[in-house]
Design a protein around this ligand. Structure first.
Ligand SMILES: NC(=O)c1ccc[n+]([C@@H]2O[C@H](COP(=O)([O-])OP(=O)(O)OC[C@H]3O[C@@H](n4cnc5c(N)ncnc54)[C@H](O)[C@@H]3O)[C@@H](O)[C@H]2O)c1
Ligand SMILES: O=P(O)(O)OC[C@H](O)CO
Length: 358
């Protein structure tokens, strides 16, 4: 009999713990997967005890996903090298600012026949330009990497409220395996071949969420927020197409990872909530993150900085007035009302859809 596949979840925050809950339950139904699922936990003390010990005895991540039990076959491991040992399927789900350090810590420990999926919403800027998380993981581990992103507020999924998600995977066989690991009656997975398009959507919507939070903080209404969502969505698509061109499919933007995620994040996400407080209190985002999130991390204001450094470096910032305004409000002390400056951009030539025959 061939050896069983084994999953390791790298990350145990709000979404990481929720993903481990889903995968931990699904592997029990899959004959070719080992029941044991390791979850790498960035170790910390919670109420005088190690978080790994709490998870392994109470089967609950009391700090990042309180009130929801993890299946007992999910085992918390503090050493990332030990966590990935023997894993055939890596689920990478940590805040994007920590991914490089994590990958360095497991260098040489991952089986060359393993594969990975990134649930991270973020991008990175390097001398190579703007890179996605699947590209970074692939470069570090030299294994195939898929992406998963969608309108997925973790707390709602932990409560098993129906939603959809999108997996981007170029190999249909591997996509089917990832789907079997994640799909549940309340978490409906749709697979597409556009790996990078899925993750660009997930990363860039966090910047739009910051803009939506500014609108809420200014006390403006639903129509105004809808305008920011529409323009933000078009800037997301324009930037993704600019960077990866033909690799990205227009249809991806209509999946859960695209339009649906922009909507949910602009109404219910952490980035939106803290951006609203930023306007109301005048505090910095990093301070609000520390005060309000109990260790959870924001991606949106960091991504706004990364996006701006890229578009400014390329001399194309004037094609992205909303992203530029959000960056300048976050980092340069501009008043949130300036979010509307220069938003009358023509996006009509961005679509690749041919005109309908008359
Ligand atoms: N929470 C959600 O609703 C949600 C949904 C979809 C996608 N995501 C994405 O998933 C990714 C992970 O977010 P999350 O919500 O699971 O995390 P989180 O924000 O809830 O928690 C932060 C995590 O980072 C860990 N951490 C802190 N310092 C660290 C360090 N130096 N090195 C490594 N880890 C450290 C903490 O232990 C904790 O596990 C992000 O890219 C996020 O955008 C989140
Ligand atoms: O809480 P946020 O703003 O990090 O968003 C969470 C998810 O990405 C929504 O799909």
């Amino acid at each position: 009999m061939p050896p069983l596949n084994r999953v390791c979840v790298l990350g145990s925050g709000n979404w990481g713990s929720t993903a481990a809950r889903i995968v931990g339950s699904n592997v029990l139904k899959l004959a070719d997967f080992d029941d044991r699922v390791n979850i790498w936990v960035y170790e910390e003390m919670v109420n005088g005890k190690k978080l790994t010990e709490i998870i392994n005895t109470q089967h609950e991540n009391v700090k990042y996903l309180p009130g929801h039990k993890l299946p007992p076959n999910v085992t918390a491991v503090a050493d990332p090298k030990e966590a990935v040992r023997g894993a055939t399927h890596l689920v990478v789900v940590i805040p994007h600012q920590f991914v490089q350090d994590l990958l360095a810590s497991i260098h040489g420990c991952v089986s060359p026949s393993a594969q990975a999926i990134s649930l991270i919403k973020g991008i990175a800027i390097s001398s190579l330009g703007m890179t996605t998380m699947t590209q970074i993981i692939h470069r570090a581990l030299a294994i195939p990497v898929a992406s998963l992103s969608g309108a997925n507020i973790a707390d709602e999924i932990a409560e098993e409220k129906y939603c959809e998600t999108t997996i981007g995977c170029s190999d249909p066989g591997e996509a089917a395996v990832w789907q079997s690991l994640f799909n549940t009656p309340y978490f409906q997975v749709n697979c597409v071949s556009d790996v990078i398009g899925v993750e660009f959507c997930g990363a860039l919507k966090n910047v739009v969420a910051v803009g939506a939070g500014f609108i809420d903080g200014l006390g403006l209404g639903n129509n105004t927020k809808a305008a920011i969502i529409r323009i933000g969505f078009l800037e997301m698509r324009r930037l993704a197409m600019h960077i990866s061109g033909a690799q990205i499919q227009d249809a991806t933007f209509m999946e859960s990872c695209g339009m649906a995620d922009v909507i949910t994040t602009c109404y219910g996400g952490r980035n939106r909530r803290l951006a609203e407080e930023f306007v109301k209190t005048g505090k910095r985002m990093s301070q609000l993150e520390q005060e309000m999130l109990n260790g959870q991390k924001l991606q949106g204001y960091l991504t706004a900085g990364e996006v701006y450094s890229y578009i400014d470096g390329c001399g194309i910032a004037d094609h992205y007035p909303l992203f530029t305004n959000i960056y300048q409000i976050c980092y340069q002390g501009r008043h949130p009302h300036t979010i509307f400056d220069g938003l009358n951009v023509d996006f009509s030539r961005d679509t690749r859809t041919p005109p309908l025959a008359s």
